[in-house]
Design a protein around this ligand. Structure first.
Ligand code: MG
Length: 382
């Protein structure tokens, strides 16, 4: 079961896929990626491959520890995303070798189906309402939208009122029997977050995400006094040690580790167990591709505190390619009445259309997130 080959594919709209092949011909797929830094993570995986070639692919925990602790410096988005993609591929290999889905290797499934939410894009009330109606037609039981566009460090009541009106329009469209997640996207600073959260409270959000950036998580306790909504964060935290801080502060309600950023299945399973001990729910972040989404689902089916799963299916900024485009059988991700059924195929539960991936890699991508500036041309958060 020796690891023989690692291959990387940069595919539209903005993803990086990893294929690991073992000497006896079993292959596993992973998605090591930081959005906008695909080439950097690719270089990190290539550099780490020296630790992997010739190793027994079944020794996932040992390999994880080797990649994490073996290099003296550890943590952060680049290294943890490189480890994440490698880890996903190793779990895929192990599942295929033993003929079972990954969740079986983690202790089995705790649920039969997993609720997912869809994104709502648009900047005008008419656009968001149209988009919300489409999501309802598709059968989603929950949606998420960005709270606002750019927000100055201290901004005007008008800006807040306009943002609340947009969210109000969506809430009125979907009704109160559906979940409405509101993502501040780290765009809002503490002074405005207080004002904004108080104004939004009557709309009963399913959660408020990244009310401020995770590096300012010490403000979550103060901010949660301005809302009755659960506070969610964690897409920009990369390990148990990053999450430890926010669990200890006690103000987080939902963590959102990303299976492609936070050390993969091995690490997120442990982060989820820590969260359970703090009575915190899990909602893995996933605006990424099919492999990352498949890895997230494996965790969701095994972790009791997993409440809802993000998906990039039909997300507003992936125009050139969609999650389903790289699968030989997109039916594995078919949503039924707001839920995805338990995956049954071995490993990550998907089959990658390798020919399509190789073709897409020839095209590649150079995706970068937008850079926003305020009226005075100072940089502001996207
Ligand atoms: Mg977010």
């Amino acid at each position: 079961m020796k690891i023989e080959k690692l291959e990387l594919f940069e595919v539209p709209p903005r993803w990086l896929f990893l294929k690991i092949t073992t000497k006896n011909g079993i292959t596993g797929w992973g998605e090591p990626l930081i959005e906008g830094r695909a080439a950097t993570v690719k270089a990190a995986v290539e550099e780490l491959s020296g630790y992997l070639l010739g190793k027994d692919a079944r020794k996932i925990e040992d390999i994880w520890q080797l990649l994490y602790r073996g290099g003296f410096y550890r943590g952060g988005p680049v290294l943890m995303s490189a480890i994440a993609g490698i880890d996903q591929a190793l779990w895929d290999i192990k599942g295929k070798l033993l003929g079972v889905p990954v969740y079986e290797l983690l202790g089995g499934a705790v649920r039969d189906k997993m609720k997912i939410y869809g994104w709502i894009g648009g900047d005008k009330p008419s656009q968001v309402v149209e988009h919300a109606l489409k999501r309802m037609e598709q059968g989603f039981l929950a949606v998420k939208m960005n709270a606002c566009a750019e927000m100055e460090w201290i901004d005007t009541p008008h800006k807040i009122d306009a943002a609340v009106a947009l969210i109000d329009a969506v809430r009125n469209t979907i009704g109160y029997d559906k979940g409405l997640g509101i993502d501040f996207h780290g765009r809002v600073h503490k002074g405005m977050a207080k004002v904004f959260m108080k104004e939004l409270d009557y709309l009963k959000p399913m959660f408020i995400e990244e009310p401020v950036l995770s590096e300012n998580a010490d403000s979550f306790a103060l901010l949660s006094s301005y809302t009755s909504a659960p506070i969610a964060a964690g897409e920009r935290l990369y390990s148990r040690w990053d999450f430890k801080r926010i669990f200890e502060q006690g103000a987080i309600d939902i963590i959102q580790p990303d299976l492609s950023h936070a050390g993969g299945i091995t690490e997120v399973k442990k982060i989820a167990a820590m969260a359970e001990a703090y009575d915190v729910a899990l909602a893995p972040h996933c605006p990424l591709g099919p492999i990352s989404f498949a890895a997230a689902l494996q965790i969701d089916f095994n972790c009791i505190n997993a409440v809802i799963q993000e998906t990039s299916m039909g997300i507003h900024y992936n125009e050139d390619a969609d999650l389903l485009d790289y699968l030989t059988d997109p039916e594995v991700f078919r949503m039924k009445e707001g839920y995805i059924e338990k995956p049954l195929l071995p490993g990550l539960g998907i089959e990658i259309d390798e020919e399509k991936v190789r073709e897409a890699d020839r095209e590649g991508h150079a995706w970068k997130n937008p850079v926003w500036r305020n009226a005075d041309q100072s940089i502001t958060e996207w």
